[in-house]
Design a protein around this ligand. Structure first.
Ligand code: PAF
Length: 280
């Protein structure tokens, strides 16, 4: 049976007991409204640990002033059932007051320079400060040995890895594969904002990413690949924030250099902003 915990003292008692018994503890941080992508992270975490804690916290500090914090979908009953079925032991449900005891305005802020201001960071200023601020608090609250994050949020995973290395958190970070709908759309809580008109168009993102990978592998120049991707997405009705090919650390590859790459897209269909990527 999953135990839902709302008091930090209770969470600490549980985790201390597990650690005294020599058990390895995993954390899967989420903002709720869980789907198969989240449950695959819980299953992945179980492969790396004896006990799994999943947190559900819609973190106000990572939303911009005009973003969807208030309308972000909240589905606590379904989340609890799904987490239990996926093998989660404890659901950690902090409140905004317990997460930010001095208030959001006076919260100590964790900023990872450089990588936080690229791509998503350029389009969502302060977003990764909010993510790092809450994830570092979750790490201190749960004190896991391992934590799992989805590769769909590719840049988030990279920023968190850098934060963990820089601040010497004794936590192994693992990335879970992207889980897709049958037609290729990457699973996301925000997919439910898509309408009967925009949902069919949304699958273009995956097709364009595959085309970017194939063009890159066949040696096409990066500026041309990126311009073609933007044009294809615009033709499908997207407003494009970026469609780029980068090195794994998100730096821009030099012309003629080879090695691992990731193509990343962020684009809006109506009011729904979608992100996705492909590693190759
Ligand atoms: O990926 C998310 O759902 C959030 O950014 C996270 C990691 C739970 C932090 O609020």
């Amino acid at each position: 049976m999953i135990e839902t915990v709302t008091e930090l003292s209770r969470l600490r008692d549980i985790v201390t007991g597990w650690k005294r018994a020599g058990l390895r503890v995993a954390l899967v941080p989420t903002m709720g409204n869980l789907h198969a992508g989240h449950y695959s992270l819980v299953k992945l975490a179980r492969q790396h640990a004896d006990r799994v804690v999943s947190s559900v916290f819609v973190n106000p500090t990572q939303f911009g002033p005009n973003e969807d914090f208030t309308r972000y979908p909240r589905t606590p009953e379904a989340d609890t059932t799904g987490l239990e079925q996926a093998g989660c032991d404890v659901l950690w449900l902090p409140t905004v007051e317990s997460m930010y005891p001095f208030g959001v305005e006076l919260a100590a802020n964790v900023h990872v320079p450089g990588i936080s201001s690229l791509l998503e960071g350029a389009h969502r200023p302060g977003h990764f400060d909010g993510v790092c601020t809450v994830v570092s608090r979750l790490f201190n609250q749960v004190q896991p040995d391992v934590a799992a994050f989805g590769r769909k949020d590719y840049q988030q995973l990279a920023v968190i890895r850098q934060m963990v290395a820089d601040l010497a958190f004794p936590i192994q970070i693992i990335g879970g594969d992207i889980v897709r709908e049958d037609d290729g759309l990457a699973m996301s809580s925000r997919n439910q904002y898509l309408t009967a008109d925009t949902r069919p168009k949304s699958t273009a993102i995956r097709r364009v990413l595959v085309a970017m990978r194939d063009a890159s592998r066949s040696g096409a120049p990066r500026p041309q690949i990126e311009a073609n991707a933007v044009a294809r997405l615009q033709a499908e009705g997207f407003e494009v924030d970026y469609a780029v090919v980068r090195r794994p650390d998100l730096s821009e590859p030099d012309e003629h250099s080879t090695g691992e790459r990731v193509a990343l897209i962020a684009a809006r269909l109506g009011t729904t902003r979608l992100i996705d990527n492909i590693e190759f």
